[in-house]
Write a protein that binds this ligand. Sequence first.
Ligand code: HPA
Length: 269
Amino acid sequence: MYEKIKETAEWLRNRMPNAPTTAIVLGTGLGQLAQRIERLLSIPYAEIPNFPVSTVEGHAGELIFGRLGGVDVMAMEGRFHYYEGYTMQQVTFPIRVMYELGIKTLFVSNAAGGTNPDFQIGDLMIITDQINFMPENPLHGKNIPTGPRFPDMSEAYSHELIAKADEIAAKHGIKVQHGVYLATQGPTYETPSEYRMFARWGADAVGMSTVPEVIVANHCGIKVFGMSIITDLGGTAVPVKVTHEEVQRAAQAVQPLMATIMEEMVKTV
Ligand code: HPA
């Protein structure tokens, strides 16, 4: 496994037009940010040795090297979800490669269902912490020597970066929520009872991604900042239907705000 990671990193290192220390996983809600990146090189995942190939509709599946607001960045357009059938090692493979390439800070985004009764559809939530409710931990198995066997997770999302994001949001007059993101395996959305249970457990939002990548980033000592777009409220009180289209539409509407925060954040690190 570690050999494959190093092999892929070496392959990319020989082609990289720049040497970014910042990486972005362009999940749901960051499509617009992708357009703001001045591209120097885009490589389809299918062409990268050992890279899993993205299957979900609407995810382009490209690794981008470029500049955002004058800063060198590496960006994943399209991520790998556990529900698609990838192993946890495949889901987090790109993060391990990023570490080998010198990435120090990771920005992530996702769409999530709000379990906090104070949230509204279209809210932006700065992720303050996470709960791994996926059936597996990506560090399961032999320890890869980028970090300890039993990694600390007391600051999975950098407090310093959260404080910076708060300042940026205030400066731009963008309302942000704060909350805990819980990840399930998916692909089902939650039953009303599950939403209620997750709320009682301390989750403010629930989704199907991000948590594995953030665990691996922490294992590598990469600082993380993440945001969720609250695309639905999951019927914690009264059952409501949640559809993929609705989630996409709600995410679309607040994309520019999230992109603005992320772009400014990239400039500060
Ligand atoms: N649950 C899980 N994943 C999601 C949701 C949700 O309500 N909304 C967007 N992604």
